[in-house]
Write a protein that binds this ligand. Structure first.
Ligand SMILES: OC[C@H]1O[C@](O)(CO)[C@@H](O)[C@@H]1O
Length: 515
C-alpha cells in the first residue's frame, strides 16, 4: 500500500523549493475514506427526498391534497407536485445547512475538523430518528432541520480535513473522494427508494428516511478511529501531537520539514488574524478574486440544474409519463452514471486540468438540456406528455447531461474553492463556498416544482442559458490551477491573470498571500 513520494513546497518568503518525505500510508486512506462518509450522508439526503415525495404512502400521510391532485386527470401534468409545503420538506434541510455552515467555520478552528465531523454525525442520527418516526409534518420538518445542521457541519469539515491530511500530489484525488461519496449516497438512496416503495407501499418512506442513520453511524464510529489533522493540532498549539500525527499518516519519522512548513503557515495566519479577523480580511480588495471564484463555482454548479434532476428525477420522470416504479428505476440509472463519471474526474483532473473539464462539460450539458427541452416542448404544444417511448430518450439525454456534470462542476465546485484561498482566509473563505452551495441548493429545491409548473418545457432552456453564461465565465475569468502549489496561487495565478491582476498592488498582496 505504501509508496514513497516527495512533495515540492515553496519555502516561506523564499523562492527555493524543497521536498517533503513520506509514504502514502493505509492510514491516510482509512482517514480519508471515513471522513468522506460525510459526503455519503449529504448525498443520501439529496437522493432520498425526491423518491419519498413520489411515494403514495408518504403523500397520503403528510400531503393528502398533493396525493389527490397527482391521481386526478392529466391535463395539468406539470403542476401536480407544485406545493410549497412539499417543497419545504426537501428544502428545509438546506436552509438549516446554510445557517450551520457559518458556525461550522468557527467550530472547525476551535474544536478541530474531527470533532466537527463527529458533531455532524450526532445531528444526523437525531434528525434521522425524527424523520423516520415522524407522526406529523412538524416532526418531519424538525428532523430535516437537524439533518441540515449535520450537513452544514460535515460539508465544511470533511473537504478541509481531506485537503489537510493529503500528501500534496494526491490532494485533488483525495478531495474528490468527498464528491464521490456524495454521488454514491445519491445512488444508494435511489436504490433504497426503489425497493422500499415496492416492498412496503404505505410505509416504505419510513425505511427510506431511516436509512440515513447508517452513514451517520459509520461516521460517528469512524471519527473515534481517525486522527485530527496536523494543521488543526498545530493551529491549536499542540505541535507535539501534530508531529506524532504527521509521522503516523506519512509513515516516517522524517517529517520535520513538513511540520516546519505547517507551523510557519499557522504562525503567519495567526499573526494576520491578530491584526484583523478573517472576515475583515476577506473584504479586502486582494481577497476578491478567490472569493468571487469560490462563490461563483458553487452558484453555477447549482444553476447547471443538477439538483432539479437529483431531487426530483422520479417526479420529473412521472411527469413525462413513466409509471411510479419506472421513474424510480430511471433515477437509479442516472445515479449510477453520476458515480462512474465522478471516478473519471479523479483520474482526469490533474492531467486534463480544471478549465478544460469545465468547458467540455458546458458543451455537453448544453446539448443535452436543449434536446430535452425541445422534446418536452413538442409535447406541451400538443397538450400532452411525452409518454414512455420518448421518456426513454429523455432518460438517455439526462444520463449524457449528468455524466458531464459529474466529471466537472460536481467535484470542481469543491476542489477549486479549497485550493485558491491563502491559509489566512482558507476556512472562512471556504465557508462562503459551502453556504453559497446550500443557499442555491435551497432555492432550487424550493422553487423547481413551481418553476416546472409555470415554465413547463422552458425550464430546460432556462438552465441552458445559465450554462452559456458559466462557460463564458470559465473561459474569461477562471484561471487554471492544475499543478500549482497551494501556497503559490497569488504569485503564479492571480497576479498573472489578465483580469484579476488589477486586484493586487505590488506591495500589498504578500500580506494575504503566501504564508
Ligand atoms: O452529484 C450531484 C450532487 O453534487 C452536488 O452538486 C454537490 O457537489 C449536489 O448539490 C448534487 O446533488
Amino acid at each position: 500500500m505504501a509508496g514513497g513520494f516527495a512533495v515540492e513546497a515553496k519555502v516561506a518568503g523564499g523562492g527555493e523549493r524543497r521536498e517533503f518525505k513520506g509514504k502514502i500510508t493505509w492510514y491516510v486512506w482509512l482517514c480519508g475514506i471515513i471522513a468522506a462518509t460525510s459526503g455519503l450522508m449529504f448525498g443520501y439526503d439529496v437522493g432520498i427526498s425526491g423518491g419519498v415525495t413520489a411515494m403514495d404512502g408518504f403523500l397520503i400521510k403528510f400531503f393528502p391534497s398533493v396525493y389527490a391532485r397527482k391521481h386526478r386527470a392529466r391535463e395539468n401534468n406539470y403542476c401536480k407536485f407544485d406545493d410549497q409545503r412539499l417543497q419545504l420538506f426537501t428544502s428545509s434541510l438546506y436552509l438549516a445547512a446554510l445557517a450551520a455552515s457559518f458556525a461550522a467555520s468557527r467550530l472547525c478552528t476551535r474544536l478541530g475538523r474531527r470533532r466537527t465531523m463527529q458533531l455532524a454525525s450526532v445531528f444526523f442520527l437525531g434528525g434521522t430518528a425524527l424523520c423516520a418516526g415522524a407522526a406529523n409534518l412538524a416532526m418531519l420538518i424538525v428532523g430535516r432541520i437537524c439533518l441540515g445542521v449535520g450537513v452544514g457541519f460535515g460539508n465544511q469539515a470533511a473537504p478541509l480535513f481531506l485537503s489537510e491530511i493529503a500528501p500534496a500530489h494526491i490532494r485533488g484525488a483525495l478531495n474528490i473522494l468527498f464528491q464521490l461519496d456524495v454521488t454514491i449516497g445519491i445512488l444508494i438512496a435511489n436504490v433504497v427508494n426503489y425497493f422500499t416503495s415496492s416492498a412496503h407501499p404505505s410505509t416504505g418512506w419510513r425505511y427510506s428516511l431511516g436509512g440515513a442513520g447508517v452513514p451517520a453511524a459509520v461516521l460517528f464510529l469512524g471519527s473515534l478511529v481517525i486522527t485530527e489533522t496536523p494543521t488543526s493540532l498545530v493551529e491549536r498549539g499542540r505541535r507535539d501531537a501534530g508531529r506524532a500525527t504527521l509521522e503516523r499518516i506519512r509513515g516516517t519519522r522524517d517529517v520535520g520539514d513538513e511540520l516546519d512548513e505547517i507551523a510557519r503557515a499557522c504562525e503567519a495566519a495567526a499573526a494576520l488574524s491578530a491584526e484583523e479577523s478573517a472576515y475583515r480580511r476577506l473584504r479586502r480588495r486582494e481577497s476578491r478574486p478567490p472569493l468571487v471564484i469560490a462563490v461563483a463555482m458553487q452558484v453555477f454548479q447549482q444553476f447547471t440544474g443538477i439538483n432539479a434532476i437529483m431531487f426530483y428525477a422520479p417526479v420529473l420522470f412521472q411527469t413525462m409519463g413513466f409509471k411510479s416504479n419506472g421513474s424510480l428505476l430511471s433515477a437509479v440509472v442516472t445515479g449510477g452514471v453520476n458515480v462512474v463519471s465522478t471516478l473519471v474526474s479523479i483520474v482526469a483532473v490533474d492531467k486534463i486540468g480544471r478549465r478544460r473539464l469545465l468547458l467540455q462539460a458546458c458543451g455537453q450539458m448544453l446539448i443535452a438540456q436543449t434536446a430535452v427541452g425541445a422534446i418536452m416542448w413538442e409535447h406541451v404544444k400538443a397538450n400532452g406528455n411525452p409518454g414512455e417511448k420518448w421518456a426513454v430518450a429523455i432518460v438517455v439525454l439526462i444520463c449524457v447531461y449528468v455524466s458531464s456534470f459529474a466529471w466537472s462542476w460536481g467535484p470542481l465546485g469543491w476542489l477549486i474553492p479549497s485550493e485558491t484561498f491563502p491559509l489566512a482566509t482558507r476556512t472562512t473563505g471556504f465557508s462562503f463556498a459551502v453556504s453559497s452551495n446550500m443557499l442555491f441548493t435551497f432555492l432550487i429545491a424550493q422553487a423547481f416544482l413551481s418553476m416546472m409548473c409555470s415554465m413547463k418545457a422552458f425550464i430546460f432552456f432556462f438552465f441552458a442559458i445559465w450554462i452559456v453564461i458559466m462557460a463564458a465565465f470559465v473561459f474569461w475569468l477562471l484561471p487554471e490551477t492544475k499543478g500549482v502549489p497551494i501556497d503559490e496561487m497569488v504569485d503564479t495565478v492571480w497576479r498573472r491573470h489578465w483580469f484579476w491582476k488589477r486586484f493586487f498592488t505590488d506591495a500589498g498582496d504578500g500580506r494575504i498571500g503566501n504564508c
